[in-house]
Design a binder for this molecule. Structure first.
Ligand code: ZN
Length: 162
């Protein structure tokens, strides 16, 4: 398993729902956690490792990883906030992005059980960033055209060669 980098086309594709939580899928998700940890990420979505299905992992510092399979958004707050975001698919660049401050999400966990999570703060931010990946959206899509151009220019100078 390897990270894929922007502008890899899979990062722009919409993902397909998972139809069964097989042992292969569980192993895949666990391997994603390892890759995320190794690269000091806090979230990683399937397209970022070349898989076009609807799942992602997230892990805050010193906490257990969370697995989100076939996630659905139930609620997003009207209140928004700004956080600096980066992305393992665009290493070396960051930008401040405005998003809803809180979110409620429903998904299947690794055991195939439905769970609901109300998140705010940094976790809400991570979840929204990863959800975007499942719809082919990247964090710089939320920036103004000017800021996006500057970010992509900077990325061209530091992007991984492969
Ligand atoms: Zn990302």
């Amino acid at each position: 398993m390897e990270l894929v980098y922007y502008p890899h086309e899979i990062l722009r594709q919409t993902t397909q729902p998972v139809d069964s939580i097989s042992s292969e899928l569980k192993d895949f998700l666990k391997e994603m956690v390892q890759i995320m940890d190794k690269n000091r990420g806090v979230g990683l979505a399937a397209p970022q490792v070349g898989n076009s299905q609807r799942f992602f992992v997230a892990k805050l510092q010193n906490e257990e990883p969370l697995f989100f399979i076939n996630p659905e958004v139930l609620y997003t707050s009207l209140e928004k906030n700004i956080y600096e975001e980066g992305c393992l698919s665009l290493p070396g660049v960051w930008a401040e992005v405005k998003r809803p401050a809180a979110i409620t999400i429903q998904a299947l966990n690794l055991k195939g059980k439905v769970f609901r999570l109300e998140a705010d703060g940094f976790l809400a931010r991570v979840i929204q960033h990863e959800l975007d990946h499942l719809n082919g959206i990247l964090f710089f899509d939320h920036l103004s055209e000017k800021k996006r151009e500057l970010l992509l220019e900077a990325y061209q100078k530091v992007r991984p060669s492969k």
